[in-house]
Structure formats: C-alpha cells, structure tokens
Write a protein that binds this ligand. Structure first.
Ligand code: BES
Ligand code: MN
Ligand code: MN
Length: 463
C-alpha cells in the first residue's frame, strides 16, 4: 500500500535532491575554524527548511561557551500537537569532515555532482543526505496530512558530531527535559549490503588524543646535531610502535579488562550475514591483505574489539624536496575505538600512563584528550524496532538484518543514558560510500527508500 505521503515524496524526488545539493554546497567543516561561518550557514539553511515545512519552535541553540568558544549551533524544532501520542526525536548532523586530499576527488567536494545514480559530495551520506531524508519525510507527512503529522516530533540537528559532539551532550545533560521523547531516530549509519534493510544496534566509542613530543629548544641542523640531539619523530614512532603488537593486539596494560564478549546469538547472526572477506579486502579496503587480531572475524574485529589508529603526525618538514632539520617538536594524532563495557575515562587513563612510561630519553611528552564518546549497544526488544523493521519491509520487501557499526556517534550514548529512551539507528549508507574519504557519495535510490522508510516508521509509531 502506498500512502499519500509516499506518493508526495515520489512526486517530489527531483526537488528534494536539488535542495540537498544546495545544502551540500555549504562547506560546513566543523573542525576548521575558518569554516565557522559556513557551519552556521548550514544550520540556518536547515532551520529555514524546518520552518517552511511546518515545524514549530524552530531555533538555533548556541553551544559556544567561555570554555568552548568554537561551539557550533544545534538546530531544534518540534511539532507536538497530538496529546497522548508518542514523540519521536529525530537526530542528524549537518557538519562534515574535511574534504582533503582535494586532488583525489573526481568532482569537487562542495560541488555536488550526480553520476551513475549517486550524488557525490562531502557530506552526501554523512550526514547531510541522511538528515535531509528526515526533513523530507516530515515535509511529505505534513503535505499528506494537511499540515498535521501522524506522531509528535522533535528534531535536533547538530553541527559538532564530527568533532565529538560536546555541545549537544551538554545540552542533553542540562536541558534533557526539552528533548523529552519516547524514542530517538538516528539516520547516520550504513546498510550491510545494497538492498539489505539494516538496523545498527551497537556503535564503538572513542577517545581521540594527541601526543606531543618535545626535544630540542628549537629546530636544529641535523648534520651539526644529529647523533646528540633527540628527535621527536623518532621518539613518537618508538612510542606508537609499542601501542600494538604485530598481530594487532593492543599492548596498553588493562585495556581489554572490560571488553564484553558479544552473545552467542549475536555471533551466530553475524556469521549468517552475507560477508565475503576477500571482496571486502579487494573492493572496500584495497590493501594487499587485512590485518588484525587472529581468532576474530573481520566483523568482530571492527564491531566488538577495541583498536588504535594514528591519523597524522603534524610537524617537521613536509614540503617538496629535502630539508635537513631535527624538528623541536612533533605531534601524533592517535585515537582508540572502544567497545562495551569500556569507558573513555578509564581507557584514557590507562593509555596516558602507558605512553608516559614509554617516553624516550631526551624527550618530554604531553598526552592530551581531544574528545571522547561511550560505546553503546541498543536494545532491539521494543515496539519501535518493530515499527522500523515493518516500515523497511514495506519499502525493501526484505527482512531487516541487525548489525553493529565500527564508527561512533557520541550522542547516542547520552540519549540512552540521560534521556533513557530507546534509539533506532536506521541508516541508508552503503559500505562503499567513502565516508570521510575522497569521493563520498550517497546512492540516490537509498535516499528515496530512506525517506519512504522514515515516513513508514513515523506513521507506524503514531499508530
Ligand atoms: N556517521 C558516522 C559514524 C558511523 C559511520 C557509524 C558508519 C556507523 C557506521 C559519524 O559521522 C562519524 O564519523 N563519527 C565519528 C565520531 C567521532 C569524530 C567522535 C567517527 O566515528 O569517527
Ligand atoms: Mn555521521
Ligand atoms: Mn562522520
């Protein structure tokens, strides 16, 4: 059965995509101070559309404080005109990751381009496109309901997810009652495979850190001083080399103590998923082989085991050609993904103590926490999950698979802990959508199916 709202969505698909392109043209890179104005522009764009479609109390909630002057605004809206009916809290983020390296993009990251049924742009799937599905589902429901929704709705769209989401976390802690709802709907995850409706039921947490190594007072000529002066890059390499062994086992003392083993039922369900390790290696990763802990499948390694990664080592000489210098300082950006029941505070303390214990001679190390978020698993035993699987069944004609995600969405933990509401992670990205990488895309068929699924979900929760 096609509802009136779905008909409206289908008739307006072309316009929805054009609007999304306008949003994608705004380079709302939350980590880059020079883009703060663009981040705000994106917030205003989303707020204006929420107003236009009929949402109420639309406003930007400022998150900048004296301690965090760079905080980006949270977009809020609601429509709460059905006393007694449940309330759905729709969440998404309008900020994006940096687009670099730019020369790897086939079309410029902030000039959205359609190719082969996909829309290519930074933020296409993570998360502007998916957040837009929520807005367009609401618009379609308003149109079909002559200005009424089938359920109460609050919308929060944040501009700091990609930098740790501290602003929204503080808002949830301090003003949780303003987000009072029965269930949160988050569309910021992936489908396990094309055409396979998927609910994500767990996310890894993370701690993002910097290690700064200082050696000499100032940069030095490496011929004159090499051999006597400490080198911060060599020191960082020595430290980093001791974070994991050759098998990928993390060497931080105590790090695995709280790791919860997935249930037998979960492990069995994961083994039944259509996963081809060789295909994954070849098409998604593209390396000569995969790495990681022996004895764990790739899905266990990326969903249920912690890991350590190094993202960059700023400092020293990185220009073309050669410069013979011993840099005075170097930095390593190092993050760890956490799994239930690890906690960011304890894991960071273990890591910091271990790194400090490894400090090479002549070097002073500083270990800084940049941001952190808790790992979570959400329950599947509730009527909202049923509403979601029913809605996706109507659109995809298939049973939903339940997966975890290796990525992190820090606010989900706060929804579960602070608001004490179930969260439905219904995402429509694909494994090869290039999140955080050059040539990010969103498969347009999934944009449309996502809108239809969300319409069905909101109708289902209201019924
Ligand atoms: N949407 C992703 C998280 C994600 C991706 C979850 C794929 C499940 C599957 C989110 O925007 C993201 O990238 N989060 C960051 C969070 C961090 C900066 C705190 C991440 O995971 O690196
Ligand atoms: Mn995201
Ligand atoms: Mn992301």
């Amino acid at each position: 059965m096609t509802t009136k709202a779905v008909e409206f969505a289908q008739e307006n698909e072309g316009r929805f995509v054009e609007e999304l392109k306008a949003l994608l043209r705004i380079p709302s890179v939350s980590t880059a101070p020079e883009h703060a104005g663009d981040v705000r522009k994106a917030a205003e764009f989303v707020a204006a559309e929420l107003t236009r479609i009929g949402m109420e109390n639309v406003r930007l909630i400022e998150t900048a404080t004296a301690e965090r002057p760079g905080g980006h605004p949270l977009v809020y809206a609601d429509w709460l005109k059905l006393p007694g009916a449940p309330t759905v809290l729709c969440y998404g983020h309008y900020d994006v990751q940096p687009a670099e390296p730019l020369d790897e993009w086939k079309s410029p990251p902030f000039e959205p381009t359609e190719r082969d049924g996909n829309i290519y742009a930074r933020g296409a799937v993570d998360d502007k496109g998916q957040m837009w599905m929520h807005v367009k589902a609401l618009e379609s429901l308003f149109a079909a309901g002559a200005g009424k929704l089938p359920v109460n709705v609050r919308v929060t769209v944040e501009g700091e997810e990609e930098v740790g989401g501290e602003g929204i976390a503080a808002f949830v802690r301090e003003h949780g009652e303003q987000l009072k709802a029965d269930v949160a709907l988050v569309s910021d995850t992936e489908m396990f495979a094309p055409d396979l409706p998927t609910l994500c039921v767990g996310l890894r947490g993370m701690i993002y850190t910097e290690i700064e190594a200082r050696g000499a007072r100032t940069d030095l000529h490496s011929g004159m001083y090499g051999g006597a002066a400490p080198n911060p890059f060599v020191a960082l390499s020595q430290v980093i080399a001791q974070l994991k062994d050759a098998d990928g086992k993390i060497l931080i003392p105590g790090f695995y103590d709280k790791v919860a083993v997935p249930t037998d039922a979960e492990l069995k369900a994961w083994r039944a998923l259509p996963f081809d390790e060789e295909h994954y290696r070849e098409t998604e990763v593209g390396s000569v082989s995969l790495t990681g802990e022996p004895g764990y499948s790739v899905l266990e390694r990326t969903w249920a085991r912690p890991t350590v990664d190094v993202h960059g080592m700023p400092g020293g000489f990185i220009g073309a050609g050669a410069k013979t210098v011993i840099p005075a300082k170097a930095v390593a950006k190092v993050s760890m993904r956490l799994v239930p029941d690890m906690t960011p505070a304890e894991s960071f303390a273990q890591y910091k103590a271990y790194v400090e214990s490894l400090c090479p001679k002549g070097i002073v190390l500083e270990v800084r926490l940049i941001h952190s978020g808790d790992p979570i698993v959400v329950s599947t035993d509730n009527i909202y999950v049923k509403a979601a699987t029913d809605a996706m069944h109507a659109v995809f004609g298939k049973e939903t698979v339940f997966v975890r995600g290796g990525g992190s969405i820090p606010i989900v933990g706060d929804f579960v802990r602070e608001l004490k509401i179930p969260t439905v992670l219904m995402g429509f990205g694909l494994p090869d959508d290039n999140l955080h990488a050059p040539n990010e895309k969103f498969h347009l068929a999934n944009f449309y199916r996502g809108i239809e699924s969300i319409i069905g979900f909101l109708i289902g929760v209201g019924a």
